[in-house]
Each structure stands twice: as structure tokens, then as C-alpha cells.
Design a protein around this ligand. Structure first.
Ligand code: BV8
Length: 257
């Protein structure tokens, strides 16, 4: 029975890890894409066609994120504990544009789809922290041109950030953990296959089996605030046995233990 008690870990998170903090997911029945069309707000073409509409979509999410009642949950905190106590590097790659991993205290973090609390100039590429509403009337602090400030967010058809770093980490790690993602958006949805092709142990923690669940060595269902802390505790205690674990431990169920 293989045990993962050493070696680098790569973690991928999606909107499901922030759901219990009060932020909407995308593809749940009550999710964001049930209320607004991707092609109207999350593509470069949408921004070129109607920048004010795209700004309002992200302004609303930026205000919601900073509303005061949105806090990191036990899943975010458990990943910070894993990063602090694990003897080898832990790289957290998030598809989320919220700042809950940072606010929980996570250090080594890549926002592959960008960050809601940053703005980028479409003309000169300058990126700056941005907590207020964005609009076409604003001008860039660097090139002084107006109309080009956009959310520092990766839209469909745009290249996600730091992909070379991510691909290298996936090929060199010992364990790949996917948390709270439906496994429908690429290239993130392909990370499990890349990791597995390098002999990496893979585990999925999600409310329900994702589109790529069958590609993982382990699949654990439940709410992130329950199953992620339980998984981290078992990992730190050297008790998680990986894909060769007895079937009984393959689906720990909602209690996560
Ligand atoms: C690109 C903007 C290439 C930010 C987003 C094959 C290869 C490469 C690309 C493609 C490909 N096939 C298709 C493509 C194109 C496309 C794509 O993947 N389309 C899909 C729909 C088929 N990909 C792209 O365009 C990407 N770019 O590949 O560029 C390239 C090459 C050369 C040159 C230029 C470019 C860009 C993708 C990023 C798009 N931006 N959003 C924002 O507004 O937030 S995507 C959006 O989906 C978010 O970023 C989000 O993070 C991401 C993934 O969604 P999830 O996080 O998984 O959320 P979801 O709601 O889907 O699922 C939540 C899960 O949580 C569920 O499973 C649920 O059960 C679970 N859950 C719920 N509650 C809980 C829970 N789990 C635990 N506990 C709970 N309490």
C-alpha cells in the first residue's frame, strides 16, 4: 500500500471551495452561468462589444466579495495548515478569482484565471490592485489612455496565467489534489491526466463526482469545509494511502472520515 508522506503536492481549487463562504459557483443549478450568458460577460469579444455590461458583471462580484460577510472557510484554512506542516513544497493553483486563499494565509498560490481585485490595462498590460468599480471612463495610471482598464481576469479564449510553472509542478509532484471544481474548463480540467501520466497520485474532493472523476485514483464526496480538513489531517498523520487504498476508503462520504 503506497503512502504519500513526502514529496511536493499540487492542489487545484475551483468555485466549490468558496461556496460555503457565500460565493456562487458557476455551473450549479443556482450558479452564475444560470443567470448570465458566458458569451455576454466572459470573453474578449463581449468586452469589445459592450464593456459597460462586462464591467457591471465584475463590479457586482467585486462588491459582493468585499461585502464583509464573505470569509475563508475551514477548507481554505486546512490548506494553509497543510502548506505550513507538509515537509515538501505545496503549490496551490486556483481557478478562483476571489482572495479567500490569501485571506486564509496561503503563501504559495497561483491564480491561473486571474484576480477580481486587480485591474489590467488592455493597451499597455499594466496590472494594479483594484477594489472599486471599473468603468470605460477610467484611464490607466501607466499609459494614461482611457477605455482600456479591464478586470485582471482570464476570459474564455485567453491563455491562463503561469501555465509553464503549473505544468512543470504537475510533472514533478508526488500528489495532485483537485478540490471543488466541475472539471469542465480546460486546461485546468486536463491537469489530472497530465499528473497521472507522470505516475502522480491523484485525488478529487468535491460535492459530487466531477466530469473527470474517473480519471482520479481517489474520489471523495462531501462539502469542502468537512472533507478537506479531514483529508488534510489524514495526510499529515500519514494515514492517506493513495490509489492502492482499500475500496472502503475510496469514498469517505459526507463526513469525510
Ligand atoms: C484557453 C473567468 C487556450 C473568470 C473563466 C481544450 C484545451 C484548451 C482549451 C479548451 C479546450 N476545450 C475548450 C477550450 C476552451 C475553454 C474551455 O475550457 N471551455 C469549456 C467550457 C469547454 N477554455 C478556455 O478558453 C481557457 N483558455 O484554453 O486558452 C489558448 C491557447 C492559445 C492562445 C490563447 C488561448 C480559459 C478558461 C478560463 C475561462 N474563465 N472565468 C471568472 O469570471 O471567474 S472559467 C470559470 O470556470 C471560472 O474561472 C471557474 O473557476 C472555472 C471552472 O469552474 P469551477 O471552478 O469548476 O466551478 P463550477 O461551478 O463549474 O463547479 C463547481 C464545483 O464545485 C461543482 O462540481 C460542484 O459540485 C462543487 N461544489 C459546490 N459546492 C461545493 C462543491 N464542492 C465542495 N463543497 C461544496 N460546498
Amino acid at each position: 500500500m503506497t503512502r504519500v508522506s513526502r514529496g511536493p503536492i499540487v492542489i487545484l481549487t475551483g468555485a466549490g471551495i468558496s461556496k460555503e463562504s457565500g460565493l456562487e459557483t458557476f455551473r450549479d443549478s443556482d450558479g452564475i452561468w444560470a443567470k448570465v450568458r458566458v458569451d455576454d460577460v466572459a470573453t474578449p469579444e463581449a468586452f469589445a462589444r459592450n464593456p459597460a455590461h462586462v464591467h457591471e458583471f465584475y463590479n457586482m462580484r467585486r462588491r459582493r466579495l468585499q461585502a464583509g460577510d464573505i470569509e475563508p472557510n475551514a477548507a481554505h484554512r486546512a490548506l494553509v495548515e497543510l502548506e505550513a506542516q507538509w515537509p515538501d513544497p505545496v503549490l496551490l493553483v486556483t481557478q478562483n478569482v476571489d482572495d479567500l486563499h490569501e485571506r486564509a494565509g496561503h503563501q504559495r498560490l497561483i491564480h491561473m484565471h486571474g484576480e477580481l481585485l486587480k485591474a489590467r490595462c488592455a493597451f499597455c498590460g499594466d496590472v494594479q490592485a483594484w477594489h472599486d468599480d471599473l468603468s470605460v471612463a477610467l484611464s490607466c495610471r501607466h499609459c494614461c489612455r482611457s477605455g482600456g482598464l479591464r478586470p485582471h481576469v482570464v476570459w474564455f479564449g485567453e491563455m491562463p496565467l503561469e501555465m509553464e510553472t503549473i505544468f512543470a509542478a504537475l510533472s514533478e509532484c508526488r500528489l495532485f489534489v483537485s478540490i471543488g471544481t466541475s472539471g469542465t474548463v480546460y486546461p485546468a480540467a486536463g491537469f489530472v491526466s497530465l499528473a497521472a501520466s507522470h505516475g502522480v497520485e491523484t485525488v478529487e474532493l468535491n460535492l459530487e463526482p466531477s466530469a473527470g472523476a474517473s480519471l482520479f485514483g481517489e474520489s471523495i464526496q462531501g462539502e469542502a469545509s468537512v472533507i478537506v480538513p479531514a483529508f488534510v489531517q489524514r495526510l499529515l498523520a500519514g494515514l492517506w494511502a493513495g490509489a492502492s487504498a482499500p475500496l472502503a476508503s475510496r469514498a469517505m462520504g459526507a463526513r469525510g472520515n
